[in-house]
Design a protein around this ligand. Structure first.
Ligand SMILES: Cc1ncc(C[n+]2csc(CCOP(=O)(O)OP(=O)(O)O)c2C)c(N)n1
Length: 671
């Protein structure tokens, strides 16, 4: 039978094991045992696959994990982290044996799941199944785009592959469908996925819950499928990779039949091997079965020598450096641009571009929806920031993420919010691009874990979330975000912007582009919004919260109204009403609470004086604002789901009005 998944009885490798693979097995089982937690089964099962790839094909330089043209390797089944740590250690990365001994310990470089930015050679943080695979699609996409942009005849400076290991868990996740489908459409032939087809997941043999014909599924996506091969046969896997490398139009899936926990007489082929230390007795039996005599954490010198990739890596990078030098000689400006892009520096004239855009917006103020404002900003900035790479999950005409002349710098991800977000993470990790992508704010829930991963990895990824409240009107509660902005604000390291007009939107975009240590989400309105800010306030806007409109000179504010986005207008209207009643109040615009919170206390106290009552207005779940207005302050928001009706009727129905804001201020001032 051709299908591997319908033929789970077929298992790879009953013959002798490879000594290089046994070094990986030994380190994995010993480290998991010492940590008294972890996942030995997958590293032991994928050991020969790893030998085949890492010693036979992977182009990398352990001394320089940041070499721009290295092959990327992603361990999508991140619970198999000890496999990756053993590979990095043995290949010669800066990951000494002491770090392997400290597997899963506080502040080690060997955390439970691989974390990029922490361990040299770890390309992306994996663990949430399916996302690593999707990141790899992003890596391959970035490679392809960068090659198209920078390679010139006779000068192939961008020419590397993206390899990914994945298991049943990754393939069961829906996101694998989204990402694989796109990889097929995009013809990412330099993407090579190796499937650890061991028929086991946590609950046992996957037959009961995973009977997909995986090879047929991937063929249907337009992939090149190889195998099943015996995943314990280094030669067979190596040959399959060689074959995959010759695919010139399609990504490749290599189905590798393996046995989880291979080598362990008592645990091999069982779910118990997945996530439990083997135990001292079973480790002893495994050592005997494998003929592994070295003590724990020791690897014989002859095997270390076979694994060490430093010399080869150095030579490979030197060869590429020579190619880059030839490229630089032939195309100096392009070479400088390539290096800038890979460093992640914005164009030298970015500040001037931004200043000109802000001046132009100020000179011709226009009431537009903030999604439209965003498109105006894109039109002003993106042509001068060629690394901006946009897209939308089939809502381009609504999200307004395209811009004149964007061409191939804007892609249609189809209706795949989660896949889009995880692919963007891969693109950002690869370097050379600043990805941004759009969907409706309410569907940020679909992409949420990838947004979280971008924040965890401190990636420069920008989410354009439009239709950000009941203000979208008739589409009704399924489409109306209520809790989304407050809950996104809770994700550490994510900057959530809810700008009120074109100037605030321009500053939001600029802040997101300039930020090198985290993602941003822009919550944008469907409905038209009035102009509120002036170019003189641009610097203040960039602080996340600022005094938009203070009391007249000589008067003292009795209260502060805080507003964001589409409700800022109600704050200003309430201020006018209250002024007429002799109650002077200050209006603070708070487009990004996360950035405001990072300002010095003195600034925050100056904007929001501790002694003044405060009222916040935002068409969202109100609880978030308590941290600014306190128990006694007021919040005008919406604590339920919305309804299907024209926006103006909904605002009235839910009491998100200037009248209500003014009433709340009066109430607070009367206390
Ligand atoms: C999104 C997500 N859901 C659940 C988990 C918890 N989890 C970790 S491994 C695993 C089973 C994975 O099975 P498989 O890929 O076959 O790994 P193997 O048993 O072969 O090691 C699960 C459910 C997770 N890490 N990510």
């Amino acid at each position: 039978m051709a299908s591997s998944s319908n033929d789970k009885v077929l298992r790879g490798g009953s013959g002798p094991t490879d000594a290089r693979a046994n070094a990986l097995r030994a380190l994995a089982m010993d480290a998991v045992q010492q940590a008294n937690s972890g996942h030995p089964g997958a590293p032991m099962g994928m050991a020969e696959m790893a030998v085949a790839l890492w010693t036979g094909h992977l182009r990398h330089n352990p001394a320089n994990p940041h070499w721009a043209d290295r092959d990327r390797f992603v361990l999508s089944n991140g619970h198999a982290s000890m496999l990756l740590y053993a590979l990095l250690h043995l290949s010669g990365y800066d990951l000494p044996i002491d770090e392997i001994k400290r597997f899963r310990k506080l502040h080690s470089k060997t955390p439970g799941h691989p974390e990029s930015g922490l361990t040299p050679g770890v390309e992306t943080t994996t663990g949430p199944l399916g996302q690593g695979f999707s990141n790899a699609v992003g890596f391959a996409l970035a490679e392809k785009m960068l090659a198209r942009e920078f390679n010139r005849p006779g000068h192939e400076i961008v020419d590397h592959r993206s390899y990914v290991f994945l298991g049943d868990g990754c393939l069961m996740e829906g996101i694998s469908h989204e990402a694989a489908s796109l990889a097929g459409v995009w013809g990412l032939n330099k993407l090579i996925a190796l499937y650890d087809d061991n028929g086991i997941s946590i609950d046992g043999a996957v037959q009961g819950w995973f009977r997909d014909d995986t090879p047929a599924r991937f063929r249907a996506y337009g992939w090149n499928v190889i195998g099943p091969v015996d995943g314990h046969d280094v030669l067979a896997v190596g040959q399959a990779i060689a074959q995959a490398k010759s695919s010139n139009d399609r990504p490749t899936l290599i189905v590798c039949h393996t046995t989880i926990g291979r080598g362990s007489p008592g645990r091999a082929g069982t779910a118990k091997a997945h996530g439990e230390p083997l135990g001292a007795d079973e480790i002893a039996k495994t050592r005997e079965a494998l003929g592994w005599t070295a003590p724990p954490f020791e690897v014989p010198d002859n095997l270390r020598a076979l694994w060490n990739a430093r010399e080869l890596g150095k030579a490979r990078e030197a060869e590429w450096n020579a190619r880059l030098a030839a490229y630089r000689a032939a195309h100096p400006a392009l070479a400088a641009e390539f290096e800038r892009r890979m460093r992640g520096d914005l164009p030298a004239d970015f500040n001037a571009t931004l200043a000109a855009a802000i001046e132009a917006f100020g000179a011709a103020p226009e009431a537009v929806a903030s999604r439209k404002a965003s498109q105006k900003v894109l039109a002003a900035l993106a042509p001068k920031v060629p690394e901006m790479f946009g897209g939308s999950a089939d809502l381009t005409g609504s999200n307004l993420t395209d811009f004149p002349g964007c061409g191939e710098r804007h892609v249609s991800y189809g209706v795949r919010e989660f896949g889009m977000a995880a692919i963007m993470n891969g693109v950002a990790l690869h370097g050379g691009y600043i990805p941004y992508g759009g969907t409706f704010l309410t569907f940020s829930d679909y992409s949420r874990n990838a947004v979280r991963m971008a924040a965890l990895m401190k990636l420069r990824v920008i989410h354009v979330f439009t239709h950000d409240s009941i203000g979208l009107g008739e589409d009704g509660p399924t489409h109306q975000a209520v809790e989304h902005v407050p809950s996104l604000r809770l994700i550490p390291q994510l900057d959530v912007w809810r700008p009120a007009d074109t100037l605030e939107t321009a500053v939001a975009w600029a802040s997101a582009l300039q930020r090198r240590d985290g993602p941003a989400a822009l919550a944008l309105s469907r409905q038209v919004l009035p102009v509120v800010a002036t170019p003189a306030q641009a610097e203040a806007i960039a602080r996340g919260g600022y005094v938009l409109s203070d009391v007249p000179a000589g008067q003292t504010a009795r209260a502060v109204i805080i507003g964001t986005g589409s409700e800022l207008q109600f704050a200003l209207q309430a201020q006018t009403r209250l002024a007429a009643e002799g109650l002077p109040v200050r209006v603070v615009s708070m487009p990004c609470t996360n950035i405001f919170d990072r300002q010095p206390a003195a600034y925050r106290d100056q904007v929001l004086p501790q002694n003044l009552p405060a009222v916040a207005v935002e068409a969202a779940q109100p609880d978030f604002w308590r941290k600014y207005v306190g128990r006694d302050g007021g919040v005008v928001g919406i604590a339920s789901f919305g309804e299907s009706a024209p926006a103006a009727d909904l605002y009235k129905h839910y009491g998100i009005t200037a009248e209500h804001v003014a009433a709340e201020v009066r109430r607070c001032c009367a206390r």
